[in-house]
Design a protein around this ligand. Structure first.
Ligand SMILES: C[S@@+](CC[C@H](N)C(=O)[O-])C[C@H]1O[C@@H](n2cnc3c(N)ncnc32)[C@H](O)[C@@H]1O
Length: 445
């Protein structure tokens, strides 16, 4: 039995390896010489990195900033942590927090009234906020689809933001872009207030507080599966509002941001490891593999994406919170038609070669070649799919991968750690992870 620290899910993550950590470690131990670091090449939610750090040094790599933040915050130890009550007081008393609350006061009250009305049977006004409540979209497109009351109040908030010089600043980014759609307006304002404080801090305190903010956003988001690929679809195929969603909507949107943030602060302030060393690299895997020559790496563990769905699609809001910018937003269709994407995707969202049909094979060539050059073994995770089920096929089959791996490594072994279920979207939206599949590990040396 190797598990020592209970592993916590920092963010709700599709395809986290939480349930096969011991199997991954067993395969790594079989091939890795003692003393060097494990490189977790596609670290994602950091679950594997965090687990392995109990036993030795770890280098976490991912192209996404939010992944680096969560990995660093989970693995490093803060020598002295400030009192969470003082932090919350600081945040709530900040001038920016007070101003933001004033700008959104009427809209927040309106949403509260809509929620009360929805509980009495009139769901349309609340559902309208989820469908059309983005201030960012209204500011750019001034749509006619809105009822006059919601439009008036959203325009009022925009003009208040303008007057208080918060309109185009990052300080109002979460409420302008994502308020109404992914979060209630009140939650979005509170997330912005926290973000302002977080970005006034430095060093590890900043990183831990930012991770606590990401975990909070992930906990409260009002979507299916707690990802950010799209706001809730509140209508059925006939265009009727789905009454069945009401409990989920009112529960998610009434979660208290500050209470959850305090819980996550306590968590990140308490975790970390000072026995072993860790490094994080936020870069493309190919660049990172080049940089690894400077480190004493004994094995690479790789868990790349396998379907055409980019991870950046599911976590773009977390990425934007970390990058703290006012991103350009993509349109529904690449030619600019269809207006601004309803999911508010950032335009330069990362497109992984592993998720592009014409590039996936080449991406694995680069992976195998560069790990081989490092002269260390590779443990590669693979989630196969059952062609008889309506799930998204992997862009590479296991046979193709084994054949390719054999071009670079003299021994390629397939290890089956057993049945386990991936986190997945709901049963009607079978577009991400398959159910009850045998996850495989390819051990190459
Ligand atoms: C299957 S997930 C990893 C999950 C992780 N093992 C866990 O337990 O949370 C794949 C990860 O690969 C990252 N990724 C995709 N393309 C990449 C690239 N070209 N370079 C580096 N990371 C990449 C994605 O951002 C995503 O976090």
């Amino acid at each position: 039995m190797t598990s020592e620290i209970p592993t916590i899910r920092s963010i709700h993550y599709l395809g986290s390896k939480l349930r096969m950590l011991e199997a991954i470690k067993e395969s790594i131990d079989k091939v890795a010489p003692k003393g060097g670091a494990v490189c977790d090449l596609f670290a994602g939610s950091g679950t594997v990195s965090k687990y392995l750090l109990q036993f030795g040094n770890v280098i976490s790599v991912d192209i996404q900033k939010y992944s680096q933040v969560i990995c660093e915050a989970s693995m490093s130890l803060l020598e002295t942590s400030p009192d969470a009550n003082d932090i919350l007081l600081d945040i709530k008393n900040h001038t920016v927090s007070k101003t933001l609350n004033r700008c959104f006061d009427e809209l927040i009250n309106y949403e509260k009234n809509c929620t009360a009305a929805a509980k009495c049977g009139n769901i349309a006004p609340l559902y309208e906020i989820i469908e059309h409540g983005s201030l960012y979209i209204l500011d750019k497109e001034q749509t006619d689809e809105l009822t006059s009351e919601l439009k008036r109040l959203m325009n009022h908030s925009l003009s208040m933001l303008n007057k208080t010089v918060l309109l185009d600043t990052v300080d109002s980014m979460i409420c302008r872009y994502y308020g109404g759609l992914y979060f209630s307006y009140e939650q979005a304002v509170n997330l912005d207030c926290i973000a302002h404080w977080v970005f006034e801090q430095n060093g590890l305190l900043h990183t831990k507080a930012l991770a606590a903010l990401l975990s909070t956003a992930s906990d409260i988001v009002n979507t299916v599966g707690k990802q950010f690929a799209q706001p809730l679809k509140v209508r059925n195929s006939k265009g009727e509002l789905k009454v069945s969603l009401l409990t989920k909507i009112t529960t998610d949107r009434s979660e208290d941001v500050y209470t959850i943030f305090r819980k996550w602060l306590a968590y990140y302030f308490s975790v970390g490891d000072s026995t072993h060393k860790y490094y994080t690299i936020c870069d493309d895997y190919a660049n990172a593999l080049k940089k690894l020559k400077e480190y004493n790496v004994s094995v690479v563990y790789a868990d790349p994406p396998y379907t055409r769905y980019h991870y950046s699609r599911y976590y773009h809001v977390l990425e934007t919170i970390c990058l703290r910018d006012n991103p350009e937003v993509s349109t529904t269709f690449p030619n600019g038609k269809g207006g601004i994407s309803r999911a508010i995707y950032r335009s330069e969202r990362h497109q992984s070669p592993f998720c592009i049909k014409s590039q996936a094979e080449g991406a694995f060539d680069v992976l195998f070649e560069k790990v081989k050059k490092l002269n260390v073994p590779l443990v590669l995770s693979y989630s196969p799919f059952d062609a008889s089920k309506a799930v998204t096929p992997r862009l590479q089959t296991i046979d193709q991968l084994v054949e390719k791996a054999k071009q670079y490594f003299s021994q390629v072994e397939i290890v089956s750690p057993g049945e386990f279920t991936h986190s997945k979207l709901n049963s009607t939206e079978k577009n991400f992870e398959a159910n009850h599949e045998a996850e495989l590990l390819l051990v190459c040396r």
